[in-house]
Design a protein around this ligand. Sequence first.
Ligand SMILES: Nc1ncnc2c1ncn2[C@@H]1O[C@H](COP(=O)(O)OP(=O)(O)OP(=O)(O)O)[C@@H](O)[C@H]1O
Ligand SMILES: [Mg+2]
Length: 489
Amino acid sequence: MKIVEKIGNDVSIISLPSENILIGDYITIEEEEKNSQLVVQVYDERYLDHSSLIEDMVRDEVMKASTDWVESDPLQINTISYFIQDIRLLKCKIRGNIDGNRFTSSVSWLPSRVKARLHKIPVTKMMQLAGQNGLRKINIGKTHSGEQLHIFAESLDGQLNIITGKKESGKSHLSKLMASELVKHGAYVFVFDLNNEYGGLDRNKDGSHNTNMKCITLSPSDTLVFKLKYLGLSSMTGLLSHVLDIPGASLREFIKMWKVLESQNSLSMRSLGDLIQTSRCNEYVRDAIFSRFHTLLSSKLFSDERSFEIEDIFSKFREGCLVVISLGQISPLVRQMVVEIFLTKLVDLLEKKDIPPIFLFAEEAHLYLRETYWGDIITRMRHFGIFTTFITNEPNAIDDGIFRQVDNIFLFNFTNDIDLEKIGRVTMIDTETVKSMVRTLPRKSCLALGPTVVNLPVKVEVAQMDTVTLGQTRLFFESKKELLIQKNK
Ligand SMILES: Nc1ncnc2c1ncn2[C@@H]1O[C@H](COP(=O)(O)OP(=O)(O)OP(=O)(O)O)[C@@H](O)[C@H]1O
Ligand SMILES: [Mg+2]
């Protein structure tokens, strides 16, 4: 390998195919007198584009086509010429400097073209040098050259993450893997499960129970019902104003009614319904409250007999738990109600320090999270201890401002230019790397960016899981089902 040129942060290197350098590889550039090494990462590869080479190739082809005599080349000149034609130009980005045994992202020297020696350096070695450390390992898969790659649960703690990529690229699989590993390390993970696909994580592939995994699935109107008393006034007013759009005057009247029932110690859906009907307030106000009351009743999320209490999870499962909130078979309105209740109640409990911080995995969050919650999640909720991972195949649904504050991004394949542009514009690394590396990613592989990989972009072939990963698309034709099974093997 030899350096050809350096323009800004870009370094071009020529390399022979036999050197086996792939996109995503890290290369060190060292000089004898210097005790530091420059680190670059290959983000694209091309043929050496020189007019004389192309002339040679054209001449060769014309000669071959026009003559049929046996070629005699005792000095093997042709072999050398073919070698040159096959030389590749590696486009690289400077990532930093290794000084002694430490990798830093600052660079202040230009290597010599003549004296520099270039070597490939394993990704795992780079991670060590960059100071990747922690106690709780999560094996997320292999690098493109087959090295086992792990991240540490600590690097997800307190962070905001996004998993994005096109349809069926493996996003939910990675999110299931991360969620279940976090639980194994004792964390509490809440999942807003839109396709009812996280429920199998406590079962092994052979059907047996996975004893390492504590998992509960909450289904609205079945295991997930609340008493008004448990929810409290702040959750109810949040629900009425943010999801059910109650007008201000009606909300004030509702609060008065709530206070009356509370003082009589008779807070229940039944007595609330009675009080609304017998109330002597303005007719329009009463109608507005009554229609909301009916929506609450028909959601089947409220009961006077039993109530789900979030705190119980923490006292029952002392060593972490996966809490799957099934949002698959309910209407969009009820979905929003469940999410609103959970988020307000969680913030309330965290504020009072009644529960430890939690991880939240939100699939296609734009379908049920109201606009203002996005900002809230990255500022206020994060401060209290809700660490969110958004999983989406529509990066455009996520606001630029949120993208810019994200810590870790796991990017699966995208071929659509608009999506790539958007991600390139807002991620912490350069657009060229994103565009070139993500476009060529196969299914089940992603580009990891952020503190989990010590800010060194890494291509990861995501590991398989031993547990049941539900969520396959339902199909009509048997033959297509078989093809899909083969593809996923
Ligand atoms: N690393 C992997 N190892 C084994 N199977 C995988 C892996 N990644 C994904 N799969 C399988 O590929 C299929 C699609 O994956 P997944 O559901 O995670 O994709 P997705 O990007 O979430 O799709 P969608 O956009 O439809 O939600 C699933 O059947 C899943 O089990
Ligand atoms: Mg999915």
